[in-house]
Design a protein around this ligand. Structure first.
Ligand SMILES: Cc1cc2nc3c(=O)[nH]c(=O)nc-3n(C[C@H](O)[C@H](O)[C@H](O)COP(=O)(O)OP(=O)(O)OC[C@H]3O[C@@H](n4cnc5c(N)ncnc54)[C@H](O)[C@@H]3O)c2cc1C
Length: 488
């Protein structure tokens, strides 16, 4: 092959990059390109989107790294569906290489690009990069996708060999990427030209690009053995904080799996299980793209969620009167991140205490999370709402006060985000409405909202809603009717 176009998407790194490796290995001449896709960007509700800036900063770093090695990266702004075939034609590419993406939007976009390329006699080659095992590499004995995480994890671990996480070597011929000389109008657009604000990440502990990922990985490498013990306590520095880097591919999943496997401690093993959850949800979303809108357990689509007026707004504006929920929602608003335990608590609270449709919560997280990943978010919301694949049945309902007492025992996390509770003693910080009034002291209802709902009453309503849709306590989930697919 003469010329290849390497299309980078959510693999914004030099290290261990499958598309770069394959594209450069197979062609004499190659170009690398990234498209700020208007089909995505134009639909974003805010012009101060932190993800756009994260991508932009990562690209600045990646382009500089490529140029230092004699290479080049072209950055376009337009609809990828037309920009990629047009760019491929302009440079006379025989084929386009890209890392496979499993989200429904990406699958459709790639099919459209492949069709357009094919009409011009070119091919689109999608290679595995963002997962260890692709959606149809791990199937049950009857050849169907796993619907339950634990057997999936068992199969994943049993199949894993060293070659599955071996890195793709850094191509020696990166200078071949300079062959497509830049022409006028090829300069990387600034954020303003893209229609977005700069400075959205200022003050946040998140550094874009491979350098940011490496720093987090080094830091986490020293804490990984303690992960199992620390990960559930939001006031502690327990998790890796690598999710945004995984989302945009500024770190390779193979590097993370290698770290976990080589460390081989209990903490590393627990962390590896979380990486497998990520892959489990990617696999499910690929096989069942309709779960973006529908519960995996379809019978619960029949629930008419009351969405009581004011509930959704109180939740997203951190005014529910439940400190752990409100502190978590402020963390999200302030930083674009939320601790995993808190994602579970706030999602459960929105659905099972406030009786708001899980899809509204999923959309809100989709707008606010810098690490937003459709597969993990839809999976996490369905798990919390009790309409998903497994593990969390609908009749198990988190109590926000006992969750708070258990995972933030001294209220350290709560007080970090709710300074209005600074003077409330530990004994009442999880449920300040229970605190007796003292003259001149904290008054619940004045200094902080009274609880928006009574948990016990809300719980009873939730159980009734699920039963009305055919929920029988203890009954296992029913698999969806649609057939599995293959990557072809
Ligand atoms: C309601 C809800 C919504 C969520 N939305 C997202 C989302 O949009 N994007 C996202 O990346 N994760 C999401 N998660 C999963 C999890 O909360 C985050 O991955 C994690 O908090 C990110 O922090 P970390 O990188 O420090 O995690 P670590 O604990 O260090 O975990 C390492 C990596 O494993 C993966 N991972 C960990 N837990 C899960 C999980 N439960 N499901 C899937 N992957 C997991 C992530 O890629 C994460 O970066 C959601 C969970 C819930 C309950």
């Amino acid at each position: 092959m003469d010329t290849a176009l390497i299309w980078l998407r959510r693999d914004l790194r030099l290290d261990d990059n499958a598309a770069l490796y394959h594209g450069l290995a197979k062609a004499g001449r190659a170009c690398a390109v990234f498209v700020f896709d208007r089909d995505i960007l134009d639909g974003l509700p805010s012009r101060a989107d932190r993800r756009v800036e994260f991508i932009w900063r990562s690209l600045v770093e990646l382009r500089a790294a490529l140029r230092r090695r004699g290479g080049e990266l072209h950055v376009l702004h337009g609809s990828a569906r037309t920009a990629i075939p047009a760019f491929a034609a302009r440079i006379g590419a025989d084929a386009v290489y890209a890392a496979r993406d499993y989200e429904p939007f990406a699958v459709q976009r790639d099919a459209a690009v492949a069709a357009a390329l094919e009409r011009d006699g070119r091919a689109l080659h999608l290679v595995k990069d963002q997962v260890i095992f692709e959606a149809d590499e791990l199937l049950t004995a009857s050849g169907r996708p796993y619907h339950v995480y634990t057997p999936y994890r068992r199969a994943w671990l049993a199949r894993l060999q060293e070659r599955d996480h071996a890195p793709w070597p850094l191509p020696e011929r990166l200078h071949a990427l300079a062959a497509c000389a830049a022409t006028e109008g090829d300069d990387m657009p600034g954020l303003a030209a893209l229609g977005f604000q700069a400075g959205t990440l200022d003050g946040l502990p998140i550094v874009a690009g491979e350098a940011g990922a490496r720093a987090l990985l080094d830091d986490f490498g020293a804490r990984i053995d303690d992960y199992g013990a620390a990960r559930d306590f939001p006031a502690r520095k327990g998790p890796s904080y690598l999710s945004t880097h995984l989302r945009f591919g500024t770190v390779s999943i193979r590097a993370l799996v290698r770290l976990a496997v080589r460390r081989a401690s209990a903490g590393a093993h627990t962390w590896l299980s979380e990486l497998i959850w990520r892959e489990f949800y990617q696999m499910l979303l690929w096989h069942y793209p309709e779960t973006v809108e529908h519960g995996f357990q379809r019978r619960f689509d029949a629930i008419a969620w009351p969405n009581p007026p004011g509930h959704f707004d109180a939740w997203r504006e951190a005014r529910t009167g439940y400190p752990i929920v409100d502190a978590a929602m402020r963390q999200l608003e302030h930083s674009g991140y939320m601790h995993n335990r808190l994602r579970m608590i706030t999602a459960s609270f929105l659905v099972k205490d406030l009786h708001v449709d899980w899809r509204l919560g999923e959309r809100h997280f989709a707008e606010r999370l810098i690490d937003y990943d459709q597969a993990a978010n839809v999976g996490g919301w369905q798990w919390s709402a009790g309409v998903g694949t497994d593990a969390q049945p609908w009749f198990r309902i988190f109590n926000p006060v006992t969750q708070s007492q258990k995972f933030d025992p001294t209220g350290a996390f709560i007080r970090r985000y709710l300074p209005e509770l600074a003077s409330v003693p530990d004994a009442f910080v999880h449920a300040p409405w229970r605190m007796p009034a003292t003259p001149g002291g904290f008054v619940c209802g004045r200094d902080y909202p009274m609880p928006i709902v009574d948990h016990a009453a809300a719980r009873a309503t939730t159980l009734a809603l699920f039963k009305s849709a055919g929920g029988v306590p203890g009954r296992a989930e029913t698999p969806p009717a649609n057939p599995s697919r293959t990557l072809g």
